[in-house]
Design a protein. Structure first.
Length: 352
């Protein structure tokens, strides 16, 4: 509200004649301005806001999102801001898609919001930082998110990826002669690593996994064991990338959690999740009310629940399945055996 509108609302003290001249002398606003505002003429600020690409409410939402991402160390690049604005404006009207904002829109957006400031960030190894400070800061920030009354435990999720070596057996305790000093046992080791993306909820549920094959294509004979609801991808490295991360969000996380959330926000705590800064992922989490909370770098050994409490028993259960299969006479464990071994290991290890 501009000064003239405020003066009209506040009025003048009792006993003073109610005229534009008296109100102008009392408030310090020009009489003509008071007259124009009282007869419906908008202020320059209101006219400017009506001509802006986003409404004030939409701009506030973008500002809150940028600040939220910055708090979790995932700062949004300036060149992505216009595309985010276009994504917001596009949801306003699907019948007539708007034009993208102009080339100078991001700079004007920064000037309109003094709480934001453009800054050049240099790359610096996280190992040079004190992990204690990062851990304390993390719990402060995630505490603010989880204290929101709209956030329910069933809508808080933690995801992570883990590499599972096809046939690397673990150490076991055996009974031998006291004079037997051999510390090894014979085993066929196939050093192919298959990646599994797992996701758990704070109330003890696990989503169906996504399996990433280390290959240039997917072969049907690798998935002959029935795994209803599982999803599969492949990459040359065998690990996730920005494309697979987006596919996991669209094909696995969103379909399995959206109905349960019932339009309430979903919190996704993650680390090492492909490339978080891709514009497609940012657009998707905005459009689907997903709060993406990224763990600080080099802290997953302390803060990542999947690493601390889930993956160790999961891999131990998988190794037991491999041992059982090899004792049954299978010579070499290949990709075609993975789902047959991993599925019962999940059932055994991923308990509430």
């Amino acid at each position: 509200m501009d000064r003239a509108s405020q003066a009209l609302v506040q009025g003048i003290p009792p006993g003073v004649r109610n005229t534009y001249r008296a109100l102008a002398e009392h408030s310090g606003v020009a009489r003509s301005t008071l007259h124009d505002r009282a007869h419906g003429q908008r202020s320059k600020e209101e006219k400017a806001q009506s001509q802006q690409y986003l409404t004030p409410c939409e701009e506030k939402a973008v500002v809150n999102f940028v600040l939220h991402m910055a708090e979790f160390g995932q700062r949004v690049r300036i060149k992505h801001i216009p595309s985010l604005a276009f994504s917001v404006a596009r949801q306003r009207s699907m019948n007539k898609p708007p034009k993208p904002p102009g080339r100078n829109w991001a700079r004007a957006f920064e000037k309109r919001h003094p709480e934001l400031k453009a800054r050049r960030m240099r790359a610096l190894d996280w190992d040079r930082y004190n992990i204690y400070d990062k851990v304390v800061d993390w719990f402060k920030k995630i505490g603010k998110v989880l204290q929101d009354p709209a956030i329910e435990p069933g809508n808080v999720y933690n995801m992570d990826e883990t590499g599972v070596m096809l046939s690397m057996l673990g150490s076991v305790k055996v009974l031998v002669s006291k004079d037997d000093l051999r510390g090894y046992r014979g085993a066929r080791v196939k050093r192919t690593v298959v990646t599994a993306i797992e996701c758990m909820s704070a109330d003890g549920r696990s989503l169906n996994p996504m399996i990433i094959w280390p290959a240039s294509t997917h072969r049907a004979n690798w998935t002959t064991y029935p795994t209803p609801g599982w999803h599969y991808a492949y990459s040359e490295s065998g690990y996730t990338d920005s494309k697979i991360s987006l596919e996991w969000l669209k094909r696995v996380f969103d379909p399995q959690t959206k109905e349960r959330a019932n339009h309430k926000p979903r919190v996704l705590i993650c680390d090492g999740f492909g490339t978080h800064e891709t514009l497609e992922i940012l657009e998707f989490v905005i459009a689907n009310n997903i709060v993406l909370c990224r763990l600080p770098s080099h802290t997953s050994h302390k803060l990542q629940p999947c690493d601390i409490a889930v993956f160790a028993p999961l891999k131990a259960a998988y190794r037991d399945q491999v041992d059982r299969l090899e004792r049954g006479g299978v010579g070499t464990i290949g990709k075609q055996h993975f789902t047959y071994l991993y599925s019962p290991a999940r059932e055994r290890a991923l308990t509430k």
